[in-house]
Design a binder for this molecule. Structure first.
Ligand SMILES: [Fe+2]
Ligand SMILES: [Fe+2]
Length: 349
């Protein structure tokens, strides 16, 4: 496959070339250079310091000419998660956190077909909605990290776009698109939002409740912005201390959002309580039965199912049937008539 690599330093360029040469037909350019030879490539791989204004401007110009390239993979520094939103805003279809293993990068390039640019189909709509959603989620995480106000309207608008896409094209193309193009917590939030919307639609919920549901889904894990990536992205089991830290995220999200007048009490409640279970074994408040609202019950089922079917670099994607069986096995914790109603969403839609 012809691959074009772009970097802001000669050293980064050489490293990238060394990873890809021998596997792909590689062309390359320095961001500051004048020798642009990207025509005919199926994929572009970029590594550059996105804090540098000149790099952003140069990438915008380069990407303006790369509309035909289906794969635009960015490698960004793991300490700088703020870069992720910038990468998606520049048109990334995939963001990998560096240092990246060669096998990982090659897998991203080889295993997936380039995105269709025409004719326009369900995947195009899903891709646009997912990209807007990823940008909104990234902006929220950036705001939390930097102590700036959260763009609630922007996030709700992006979630509304996701809801429109699900209503129009169904859940399956959404799941496939999000898992193909998005990573980690962003992927999770996009999946939960899509699944919650589809669940709400299948239940015949009123438009207003669907709006509450997708907003709650977009915001539900915002407290994870406070958790180190090393814990969020850790392959395998967490130890007790790491688990305790993860379990702070619902209350942290609640604290971040509670002063915001654009966030309704129902959404705030869903953010705080999406890890509560009917038998009182959840967190952070060990709520039971009637004190868990309907919207939270729907969100929790969507959240658990999403986490099971996520695409992670270190584990294969769990089939939807197997994930549903696990949800169905959580008797006592989840509302079983709701879980039964969820079957069609999980398996067929
Ligand atoms: Fe969560
Ligand atoms: Fe979640």
């Amino acid at each position: 496959m012809p691959v074009h690599v772009i970097a802001d330093t000669a050293q980064k360029l050489a490293t990238l070339r060394a990873m890809l040469d021998g596997h792909h037909a590689v062309t390359s350019e320095l961001l500051s250079g004048t020798n642009k030879r990207c025509s005919g490539s199926d994929a572009v791989v970029v590594t550059a310091d996105l804090r540098v204004v000149e790099n952003i401007a140069a990438l915008k110009e380069t990407f303006g000419k790369l509309g035909h390239v289906g794969k635009r993979i960015f490698l960004i520094d793991q300490k700088e998660r703020l870069y992720t939103v910038q990468a998606y805003a520049l048109g990334a279809t995939r963001v990998l956190i560096s240092p990246v293993k060669q096998a990982n990068l090659l897998a991203q390039l080889v295993d997936r077909k380039p995105c269709e640019t025409s004719p326009k189909d369900a995947f195009d709509g899903a891709r646009e909605a997912a990209q807007a959603g990823a940008i909104a989620i990234g902006a929220m995480f950036s705001a939390v990290l930097s102590g700036k106000p959260i763009d609630v309207r922007g996030a709700k608008g992006a979630a509304g776009g996701i809801a429109d896409n699900i209503a129009e094209d169904g859940l399956s193309s959404w799941l496939e698109t999000v898992r193909r193009h998005h990573e980690g917590t962003y992927q999770h939030c996009l999946l939960v939002t899509g699944i919650a919307v589809d669940f709400g639609l299948s239940l015949g919920m009123a438009k207003r409740d669907i709006e509450r549901l997708y907003s709650a889904a977009m915001f539900h894990d915002i407290g994870k912005a406070k958790i180190p990536l090393a814990i969020l992205d850790k392959p395998g089991r967490l130890d007790a201390e790491e688990r305790a830290q993860i379990e702070t995220h619902p209350a942290a999200g609640y604290d971040v959002l509670r002063g915001n007048t654009s966030i309704s009490p129902e959404i705030l409640d869903a953010v705080r309580h999406h890890h509560e279970f009917l038998d009182g074994s959840g967190y952070p408040d060990a709520l039971c039965d009637a004190s868990i609202s309907d919207i939270v019950r729907v969100l929790t089922i969507s959240d658990i199912f999403s986490a099971l079917i996520e695409q992670r670099p270190y584990k294969p994607t769990m089939p939807r049937e197997q994930a549903y069986e696990i949800v169905r096995g959580m008797r006592g914790k989840l509302e079983m008539p709701l879980v039964a109603a969820f079957r069609d969403v999980a398996l067929n839609r």
